[in-house]
Design a binder for this molecule. Structure first.
Ligand code: GLN
Length: 476
């Protein structure tokens, strides 16, 4: 271990507010220089503090005494909503799943405002992994979230509480955020539908950024049609998120959602080859059935390359810059709110914790010691993937892949950086490409859910939802 490497790692850690002993910094330094093998995780420390009475999964955090409703005449009237705890809802404490962060916002994020306008009843906030980092749902400072389908398997993360609350039937819709898979991974673990919209389709004002070039807010539901209604309500620009696109989702009645005759869906090689054979075979079997609905499924070449590793680098490097700037984005992002900045500054002063340190310090260290070369290389890898994906979309309308490459993991088995890849390797590349991706449970193996992911070109979210609905129709 080089002494100067450790000194530089300490400088970087201190700059980001982490007060960690040399033994841990040495381990993290090893992760940065070898690319793997150190634990990413520590045992959960705090007890659950969910405040909702009928919440056996520890899925919810702050809740209203009575759900908040604005109108009973909208398309989502009668449905209830939980909001991931990194999205602002006026008058409810927001924690980002971290004991260090706390603010009670005076405003509600536009994504939630639009669901209120559509008639939804807001129940409260959903538990999550600290600052949306972690694919298992085991590391919230407010306690482990239980998978209602099987308590021995993880609920998935980082939108763990959102997925568990929907799967348990506690709410009808939850909002999650997806930077590398955090809507789709827990949805797949808990056997529900989850939508990662096109990047910039849903405004992110009032959301605590993770990696602004990848971040999205999306709905999680028990069926595709409700997800489509929720996304249609949320889509469209808002001036408070200057990155939000001037696009909307043309809805898409249930009849239109089932209009798939003549579509060609690609079955890409590497996302299946890198999956376990049981998962790959199960998703292939379901994809073959799409022909009964008039969809042609054809093999298509798509090399994922090292996009998974590029994601881990891009996500953590962008978050490390946010940390050094107290959550404030310079340039294109959404972190332009003084109350949220103050909360972030206090959190950084208190220390964001070892879980976050282990995740962001290796890329932050490489970024610093390489003068930005490691980030540029990761972006280059990501752009090359986006170009290969665009080429694949010249011959097919959409793609279907396994969402997770493996069955939802058993608890306490995901500990190293290498363990993350089978979980987020098929989801994160589509954050880098900015395309819509919808996960649907399609079958089960020994009572454990297996999910497929429908992907369409950027801003063709309606098409991704139509393919997802087709998958839902041909499920077991
Ligand atoms: N769970 C993945 C991770 O830990 C994705 C994170 C996210 O999308 N917020 O990186």
């Amino acid at each position: 271990m080089s002494g100067s490497g450790l000194a530089e790692m300490r400088t970087q850690a201190e700059r980001l507010g982490f007060d960690l002993p040399n033994s841990i910094l040495e381990e993290i330094l090893e992760t940065a220089t070898d690319g793997e093998a150190s634990p990413t995780a520590t045992a959960p420390t705090a007890e659950g503090v969910g405040h909702a009475s009928d919440d056996d999964e520890n899925a919810l955090l702050a809740v209203f005494d009575d759900p908040r409703v604005r109108t009973d005449a909208g398309p989502l009237s009668g449905k209830t909503l939980a909001v991931k705890d990194n999205i602002a809802v006026a008058d409810l404490e927001m924690t980002c799943g971290s004991a260090a962060y706390s603010v009670v916002p005076s405003f509600t994020a536009p994504a939630v405002e639009r669901l209120l306008e559509a008639g939804i009843a807001v129940v409260g906030k959903a538990n999550m992994e600290p600052f949306a980092m972690g694919p298992t749902g085991e590391f919230s400072d407010f306690g482990h979230v239980t998978n209602p389908l099987d308590p021995d398997r993880v609920a998935g993360g980082s939108s763990s509480g959102s997925a568990a609350a929907v799967a348990a039937g506690t709410v009808d819709v939850a909002l999650g955020t997806d930077t590398g898979g955090s809507v789709r991974i827990p949805s797949a673990c808990c056997g529900i539908v989850g939508v990662k919209p096109s990047h910039r389709l849903v405004p992110r004002y009032g959301f605590v950024d993770f990696a602004p070039s990848l971040d999205t807010i999306g709905p999680m539901t028990r069926d595709v049609s409700t997800a489509a209604s929720a996304l249609a309500a949320m889509a469209g620009p808002d001036p408070r998120d200057p990155t939000s696109a001037d696009r909307s989702l043309e809805f898409e009645t249930l009849d239109e959602l089932e209009d798939v005759d003549g579509l060609t869906v690609g079955i890409p090689d590497t996302p299946f080859e890198r999956a376990s054979s049981e998962v790959a075979d199960a998703v292939r079997t379901i994809s073959d059935r799409l022909s009964t609905l008039g969809i042609k499924a054809v093999p298509v070449e798509l090399d994922l390359g090292d996009t998974e590793a590029a994601y881990l680098n891009i996500g953590a490097a962008e978050f490390s810059w946010l940390v050094s700037g107290n959550g404030v984005t310079r340039g294109q992002g959404t972190g332009y709110n003084e109350a949220l900045r103050q909360a972030f500054e206090s959190a950084r002063e208190a220390g964001l914790g070892e879980h976050v340190a282990r995740r962001i310090l290796p890329p932050a260290f490489l970024d610093m010691t390489s003068g930005g070369a490691s980030y540029a290389a990761a972006r280059e890898e990501g752009l090359a993937f986006a170009a290969r994906l665009a080429a694949a979309f010249e011959s097919v309308d959409a793609l279907v892949t396994p969402t997770l490459r493996v069955l939802p993991p058993e608890i306490e088995t995901v500990t190293t950086r290498a363990d993350l890849l089978p979980i987020l390797g098929n989801t994160a590349p589509f954050n880098i490409a900015g395309t819509p991706a919808v996960t649907v449970p399609v079958t089960s193996i020994d009572d454990v859910p297996v999910s497929a992911q429908a992907i369409a070109p950027r801003f063709e979210d309606g098409r991704a939802l139509r393919v997802a609905r087709a998958l839902e129709r041909v499920t077991d």
